[in-house]
Write a protein that binds this ligand. Structure first.
Ligand SMILES: Cc1ncc(COP(=O)(O)O)c(C=O)c1O
Length: 463
């Protein structure tokens, strides 16, 4: 009836305990049935008496079985309605995590960074310094909102480079945009119900807010960013925007629209979420200052990340909350510890304090500008007039449209996979999952040497 596996790392008595427990919970061993004696079961299983006794003792201690003097062990009667149920063995298709991404020879995913770019030596130095000087701090929980030193460094960087006006008090260290959005959703859900999102736009805000029960209102994006008239015509009371480099189209929202957006938020107790995810990477002219800096006292939640310049694997990002939400944040999150390791936070603080961060940004801007320009030249050379470039000059990707192609997006992606070309579907950026004309998002960050030209030449053959 029971099978023990001696090569399983789970101890034998535990294996037996689990199997008997499951038999009891599923009714295969009904209440009041008598268990075999320790000696008998040990002999049936070719196991030691200790193994069986260990399992029985644990089941007895937890109340699954009871003993009658001189008669042995019996199954207790459990209220089947409330009895704990064993975990289901079989998972449905939707229970599985998505498969890990396939590896492509030419991977145009827009979130890939330069493979040689992580400053491992400097990071190791900063980690070691952090460990040397902060040993005592690592023996207790850190500050809830994140390490004060790191928050001060983030504040001064944001003020200098992004025109964000805030105090370190307002900065919350997070482990990614999803956490920033979770916090925003928690803080706003009592009084706000409808979130406007850019369409096409990043899927994550839609997912997070929908998971919190918000309605999602897709608003079209034009050359000036989110369409203000359509936003105003809808019933949204929160809007998520990427004003300095719209994802995916790459447009920059002009100042008149930014002011219009601020006015929309202020006039109705609404909130703006500004995702300033990659604006350090601008290749023509100066970086565009943040929207938050135009109205530091406004209803603007600002989110930024270290994922685009330094590493997405560190899971380090930050949120700047307006003072209007800071009190509510501190009340609701008074028992939540910071979700980023203090070791990494101290390393990041050192990295910033010693000027490595700003030097690294400058270095990466040069590296990515070269790749960006190479990609544009390669598109021009291989596609010529067949491609219309619509998103360029910033970030880690360029967007092209193919007005003349007779192929569908699915055909191009499929053919690409067969040739070792990885592309993400542009339709995923659309709320409906359907894009109009064929559009390709061409991330260039992860390419080395002449791979960009080779990849684009191959891609042009299948489009
Ligand atoms: C629009 C946008 N915002 C933010 C991020 C970064 O998120 P995180 O800080 O979770 O890495 C990404 C990553 O691809 C993004 O596309």
């Amino acid at each position: 009836m029971f099978i023990l596996n001696s090569s399983d790392p789970v101890p034998l008595y535990k294996q037996l305990y689990h199997q008997i427990r499951e038999h009891i919970l599923t009714g295969k061993l009904p209440a009041e049935s008598r268990l075999p004696s320790v000696r008998q079961l040990a002999s049936e299983l070719s196991a030691s008496a200790n193994t069986v006794d260990g399992a029985y003792q644990e089941l007895y201690a937890e109340g699954y079985i009871y003993s009658r003097p001189r008669s042995g062990y019996f199954v207790s009667s459990l209220d089947q309605e409330v009895a704990p149920r064993p975990a289901p063995r079989k998972l449905g298709k939707s229970d599985f995590l998505p498969a890990p991404p396939a590896r492509f020879t030419y991977d145009f995913h827009p979130a890939r960074l330069d493979p040689e770019s992580f400053p491992a030596e400097l990071w190791r130095k900063c980690l070691t310094e952090g460990l040397r000087y902060n040993g005592r701090e690592f023996t207790h929980y850190g500050e809830l909102q994140g390490d004060w030193g790191l928050r001060c460094s983030i504040q001064s960087y944001l003020e200098k480079s992004r025109g964000v006006v805030c105090d370190p008090e307002q900065v919350v260290v997070c482990c990614g945009l999803h956490q920033s959005l979770e916090i925003a959703a928690q803080l706003l859900k009592d009084d706000h119900r409808v979130v406007a999102v850019e369409n096409p736009g990043y899927h994550l805000p839609r997912d997070v807010f929908a998971n919190h029960g918000f309605s999602i209102l897709p608003v079209p994006v034009g050359q000036s960013g989110i369409d203000l008239n359509q936003l105003k015509a809808g019933n949204a009371d929160i809007v998520y925007v990427t004003p300095s480099h719209q994802l995916p189209l790459g447009y920059v929202m002009p100042v008149a629209n930014r002011l219009g957006l601020i006015e929309w938020a202020e006039s109705g107790g609404r909130y703006l979420i500004e995702d300033d995810y990659d604006s350090e990477l601008r290749y023509q002219g100066n970086p565009i200052p943040s929207l938050q800096g135009l109205r530091p006292t406004g209803n603007i939640i600002y989110s930024g990340t270290f994922s685009k310049i330094l590493s997405p694997a560190l899971r380090l990002s930050y949120l700047v909350l307006p003072y209007s939400l800071l009190g509510a944040y501190r009340q609701r999150y008074s028992s939540y510890n910071c979700s980023v390791s203090l070791v990494e936070q101290r390393a990041m603080a050192s990295f910033m304090e010693q000027g490595h961060w700003e030097r690294h940004i400058r270095r990466m801007r040069t590296v990515y500008k070269k790749k960006h320009d190479t990609l544009l030249r390669a598109v021009e050379a291989s596609f010529g007039k067949r491609a219309v470039v619509i998103g360029q000059g910033a970030g880690l990707h360029v967007v092209i449209q193919l007005p003349e192609t007779t192929k569908s997006e699915a055909e191009i992606l499929d053919k690409g996979r067969q040739k070792g070309i990885g592309l993400i579907p542009f339709s995923d950026f659309h709320v409906t999952g359907k894009a109009g004309r064929v559009t390709l998002v061409l991330g260039f960050g992860g390419f080395k040497g002449s791979e960009i030209e080779q990849g684009i030449a191959l891609l042009s053959q299948i489009c």
